[in-house]
Ligand binder design. Structure first.
Ligand code: CMP
Length: 176
């Protein structure tokens, strides 16, 4: 079985309900390795890039407010990268289905998620759904030097005499 990597976000509802410890404990059942972690104040630009696939959905605007923390008292998200055998599938199994009402009650979303009256699924965690989306999302949320392994090719760019290692194929050209 191949080693894969996946991006996990503990969303603002997870942080405002003090669920970080519980969620990380649940994920530790997988025996996967955490290879990067940080707390992020999510900008509108980051939120829109992360959810660009949903921009035509009726819940898009509320989804952006949700991930930016505007619906909660916590304007922050915890971003982690998990690495190991079948990481994407193992993490998604513990998260449960996207719709908290359909999620198995033992999963994180089944236990702690809810549907807002506006219709948005407040589902506590996000997890990459494929190898391709994991690559896109990891490159969006993390810089190469924030991760303990070299996951994807990088290059050195010079900004005003300052050298920085960046993703060679950065889909968002953050530093160009
Ligand atoms: P996430 O895994 O972060 O990916 C997209 C998010 O959009 C999802 O979790 C939910 O928070 C939200 N979402 C997805 N589908 C719907 C839907 N049908 N109605 C409302 N919110 C949704």
């Amino acid at each position: 079985m191949p080693n894969t990597k996946t991006l996990v976000l503990i969303k603002p509802d997870g942080l405002s309900k003090s669920l970080t410890g519980n969620i990380i404990t649940r994920f530790s059942e997988t025996r996967l390795e955490i290879i990067a972690a940080k707390i992020v104040r999510v900008s509108r630009e980051l939120a829109e890039k992360h959810y660009e696939a949903h921009k035509d959905k009726p819940f898009y605007s509320e989804l952006i407010d949700y991930i930016m923390g505007k619906l909660h008292k916590r304007h922050k998200v915890m971003a982690l990268i998990y690495y190991g055998e079948n990481a994407i599938e193992k993490i998604r199994a513990i998260c449960g289905k996207t719709n908290p009402e359909e999620a198995d009650p033992e999963t994180i979303r089944g236990q702690y998620g809810r549907i807002l009256t506006s219709g948005v699924f407040e589902n506590v965690v996000h997890a990459s759904d494929s190898i391709e989306s994991a690559e896109r999302e990891i490159k969006l949320w993390f810089e190469p030097d924030e991760i303990i392994y070299d996951l994807y090719p990088t290059e050195i760019k010079v900004f005003m005499n300052y050298k920085k290692r960046v993703w060679k194929d950065d889909p968002y050209r953050k530093y160009t």
